[in-house]
Every structure is written in C-alpha cells, then in structure tokens.
Design a protein around this ligand. Structure first.
Ligand SMILES: Nc1nc2c(ncn2[C@@H]2O[C@H](COP(=O)(O)OP(=O)(O)OP(=O)(O)O)[C@@H](O)[C@H]2O)c(=O)[nH]1
Ligand SMILES: [Mg+2]
Length: 381
C-alpha cells in the first residue's frame, strides 16, 4: 500500500503544522428560527435567516478558521409578530465567505455543493418559517447541519509520484513556481501550483503534490490526504525516477516499474475513477547512469504489465492498469524533453476540452480515435 509522508501523518487533520496549510475544516451551521405568529390578530412571524456560503478567490480556509475559531455560523431569528407590529421582520441571512474551489459535504459524505467560480453561492442551512396560517401560527426552527468544507485545487495537470522522483524540479522547469527541491524524501509538504505559459499566451496550471510512499504501518486515513487535489485535474502526470526508490535502509528497494504499479494501486484505492483521466508517464533523470537500459527495461515491463508484477504482493497489484497516452523520458533538472511534455499536455487538454463539449455518442467515438493517434516525439503504449 502506498501512503503519504510521516510528517503529514502526524499533523492534525487538514493542517500541516510546519506550513500552516489548511485544506479541510468542519463547521456548524444553523438557520435562524422563525418568529412567532400572533393567532388572535392573524399576525405573521418573520422567517429565520439562512446561512449562505459564497466563494471568494482571495479567501483561504486558514483565514476562515482563524477568524471564526469556534467554527459556528448561526443566522438571525425572524421577529415575532406583535400587537403593534403584526408583520414580524425576517431574520438576516448570514453570509460566510469561503475560498473558491471548495466542495461542501455533509457528515454522511453527501456532497451538497461545489463552489468553483468567484461569487457562486449556496444556502447551507435554511431559516425556519415564521408562524402564520400555514403552520397554526407556530414558527419553525432553522435547519442545523455540520458541513465539511474541502478545498480541492483547480489545476489542469496533477503531478503524482514517489518522493524524490523530481516532481518539484519539473514544476520549476515548466513554470515560474519555486517549490523547494532537495535530495531527501518529503521535501514537498503541501500542494504548490505552477503555470506553464506558451508562446501564444495559452496557460496550463500544474499542481505539485507531496510524494506518495509505500508502508503498511502508516495511518491509512491520512495516506490519501492530498490525492483529493488531483480529482479535478484533467491529466495525471506520473513522474518516476528511472533509478527506482528506497525510503531508508530498512525499506524494500522499488524499481521504476514497481513504483509505477504501486502508484497505480494507490490511485485505484483512493478513487478508481481517477484512472478515467488521461495519464502521461515521465521517466525522469535521463542524465543518470545506465538510464537507457533502465528506460528500455521499464518500457518492456509495462508492455506486459500484468505478467511483470511477480515481485509485487498480490494485494498491492491494481485491478485496473494505467493506460498511458504517452511515455516520455526526461531530465527535469537539465530541462531535457520538457518542451515535448508541455506540447503533449496541451494536446491532451485541448482534446479533453473538445470532448467535454461533444454530445455523449461522439464523446465515446472521439476517445477511441484519440488512442490510436500518434503524438510527436513520444512513445505510445
Ligand atoms: N540527476 C538528476 N537529478 C534530478 C533530476 N530531477 C530532480 N533531481 C533531483 O532529485 C532530487 C529530488 O527532487 P525533487 O524535485 O525535490 O523531488 P520531488 O518528487 O518533488 O520530491 P518530494 O517533494 O519529496 O516528493 C533533488 O536532489 C533533485 O535535484 C534529474 O532530471 N536528474
Ligand atoms: Mg517535491
């Protein structure tokens, strides 16, 4: 099984202490109660206010948690109907600003909203109706809910790989982002975004994520913690070190092929639908010793993937295999083949955008078409 770093595992849910990055919180929301009606004079109580969430691109969940440490949002009650003021005022709505790109869900996991654009709003707790003839002049309480707010990055491309594979180095070479790069595992502790700008000003956003590792002794719940950030990407960019990976002297050494299979399993365990996304494999560090042999060997193993998995315990073998649109040897640190990577991603994203706009039947046909199409300078499995 593949898990995320120890550092992240010991952090409280959603928050890496070192980096103060928060991408999940739970809040309590309650709509205002309706005001009492006045039976004798037919007076109507005001309706309770709603709790409304609105997406704002300059908001962060950390700021929200700091501004409202008790994380309770309660809208105003409707006013009671009185002898001199028979029509009670409605309670005011409470508007809570949340970052753009959040998914709101209930405790049972049911998603209630996806706020993707600045200014999008949703009522998360309705106010109770004021007392009136419809309810025997008995007002209703407001809705009460516990809401999970999950921030999921909005990027075109998600980088997935073991630690030290060179994901952050690649992000540096494809964009002006400056994530930390170092020759020890778990350098990246929180997601980073970079933007690749093409000559014609076309932009592609790329999310660099903390490395995934193998280790059954680690907390499974946190193991998938940052994978939610690839849920909305259009393409998975899988990066592996041609030389393989070993965490420490006590861990099993994994070849490049094995790391690919283990990543495949991890994505499948997190959400099999992630494997519906187009995937591109980058075999990195082409400047290192015996690269060509290792590269060829990995390609051969991938061609007969199912048969090549003997070295991997059965429970770690994925049911559904990666289906790479393209496999590209690169050197992230020397910038080798980075242009090919950029063009390949652009082509796939353009194709995805085109498919999104087609009716269903054409979508299916178009997908099959694309599989057989050669991409320049790249190897297609
Ligand atoms: N020789 C060589 N070294 C590379 C290449 N790309 C990255 N490295 C080195 O590999 C090490 C790890 O690179 P990072 O970019 O930090 O790796 P990462 O995948 O982001 O690692 P985590 O953040 O720990 O998941 C660093 O020492 C890099 O300089 C490459 O193409 N060739
Ligand atoms: Mg990194």
């Amino acid at each position: 099984m593949v898990h995320l770093s120890r550092v992240l595992l010991t952090a409280p849910r959603g928050l890496s202490r070192k980096t103060k990055f928060l991408d999940r919180i739970r809040v309590y929301v309650r709509g205002g109660a309706g005001g009492q009606g006045y039976v004798r004079y037919g007076g109507l109580g005001g309706d309770g206010g709603n709790v409304v969430m609105v997406a704002k691109s300059n908001k962060t969940l950390l700021k929200l948690a700091e501004d409202f440490p008790e994380k309770r949002f309660i809208a105003k009650n409707g006013a009671d109907s009185k002898r001199l003021l028979l029509l009670g005022d409605n309670g005011e709505d409470l508007v809570v600003e949340v970052p753009t790109g959040v998914v709101l869900s209930l405790d049972n996991g049911k998603e209630i909203a996806d706020l993707n654009a600045d200014g999008e709003t949703v009522v998360v707790a309705k106010g109770g109706a004021g007392g009136g003839p419809n309810n025997d002049f008995r007002s209703k309480k407001g809705e009460t809910r516990s809401i999970r707010i999950d921030l999921k990055l909005l990027a075109d491309v998600g980088l997935v790989g073991f630690p030290n594979a060179g994901k952050s180095t690649l992000l540096c070479s494809m964009s002006r982002a400056k994530p930390k790069v170092a020759d020890y595992p778990f350098t990246t502790l929180r997601p980073h975004l970079g933007v690749t700008v093409f000559d014609d000003n076309r932009r592609i956003t790329i999310a660099d994520l903390p490395g995934l590792i193998e280790g059954a002794h680690m907390n499974i719940g946190m193991g998938h913690f940052f994978l939610k950030h690839v849920e909305r990407t259009k393409v998975l960019l899988v990066v592996v070190d041609a030389q393989g990976f070993v965490l420490n002297r006590r861990s099993t050494f994994r070849t490049a092929f094995e790391t690919i299979v283990l990543l495949n399993k991890e994505l499948e365990m997190y959400k099999p639908e992630l494997l519906d996304k187009p995937q591109v494999l980058l075999i990195n560090k082409m400047d290192t010793e015996c690269f060509n042999e290792k590269y060829e060997e990995t390609l051969n193993l991938l061609k007969n993937c199912r048969e090549s998995m003997d070295s991997i315990p059965e429970e770690l073998q994925p049911n559904r295999l990666f289906d790479f649109k393209s496999i590209i040897p690169i050197s992230a640190s020397l910038g080798e083949n980075i242009d090919t990577v950029k063009q390949t991603l652009r082509k796939i994203i353009d194709e995805e955008n085109r498919i999104d706009k087609l009716p269903l039947q054409n979508k299916l046909n178009s997908h099959i078409d694309f599989h057989s199409k050669e991409l320049s300078n790249t190897f297609i499995v």
